[in-house]
Design a protein around this ligand. Structure first.
Ligand SMILES: [Zn+2]
Length: 239
């Protein structure tokens, strides 16, 4: 009988160890920049016109050049912490994300959000422009760990989160960068044919899926929608 209990206890302890190992492994995988790479989306349609660290290291972001009034999208869920006009950034929006990373969207033609506003990934924060110190129409996009500081001490290369992008490459707003191969396809060799659909009043995912001959599930997958909720003026990528 005692032998039975001993064996039973050993089995339980082993099961616990195995499950702890499993959970521990899962947990460490979920943390860190790799996880974010998989679900951040590009903030705008355009062409990479400058990268991080250029201009003698003073350029602390990446530039996406595009058309005037191109929608500027939040790369991930978050909260607006600043939305104002600065002489250098022009119209600029700052978002803090649950990961504590702060993203900055500068030179906007206009801003559509207010401080304190909750933002979902893909929400339109404003429109592309060339306000502030900008020579052409582009989005200047920065990422900072913990906080934005005047000396930009905590700036990190946005490519770490968005994926590699060289000058001259085309990127598509609303599309996840890494881990899904979509950017891979859109920046190199054969592009995936996509279209942007602007949600109108009264649209549902079902009506959009019928109109564009694509399944609701596929629309949700491409656009990383967690529910069937869509809002007018929201931009959806349709294959
Ligand atoms: Zn820039």
């Amino acid at each position: 009988m005692r032998d039975y209990i001993k064996r039973f206890l050993i089995a339980i302890i082993m099961a616990l160890c195995v499950s702890l190992l499993f959970l521990g492994g899962k947990h460490s995988q979920a943390a860190g920049l790799n996880e974010m790479k998989e679900h951040w989306i590009w903030p705008a349609d355009g062409v990479i016109s400058d990268t991080y660290g250029t201009r003698q290291g003073k350029h602390k972001g990446i530039d996406i050049a595009g058309k005037m009034e191109t929608p500027i999208l939040a790369v991930d869920d978050g909260v607006v912490i600043k939305s104002y006009f600065s002489n250098t950034y022009g119209n600029v929006v700052f978002i803090i994300h649950p990961s504590r990373i702060v993203t900055v969207y500068a030179h906007l033609n206009r801003r559509n959000v207010f401080v304190g506003q909750n933002i979902k990934q893909g929400d339109v924060l404003g429109k592309m422009g060339k306000t502030g110190q900008a020579t052409g129409i582009h989005l200047h996009f920065e990422t900072h760990e913990l906080e934005w500081r005047y000396d930009k001490k905590y700036a990190i290369n946005p490519e770490r989160l968005l994926g590699k992008a060289d000058v001259g490459e085309t990127v598509q707003g609303g599309i996840a960068s890494m881990g899904r191969g979509v950017l891979e396809a859109s920046t190199h060799a054969k592009p995936v044919i996509t279209e942007q659909y602007v949600v109108k009043q009264g649209d549902t995912l079902f009506s959009i899926s019928k109109k564009n001959n694509v399944s609701v599930d596929r629309i949700k997958q491409i656009n990383h929608l967690r529910s069937d909720m869509i809002r007018p003026k929201q931009i959806l990528i349709i294959e």
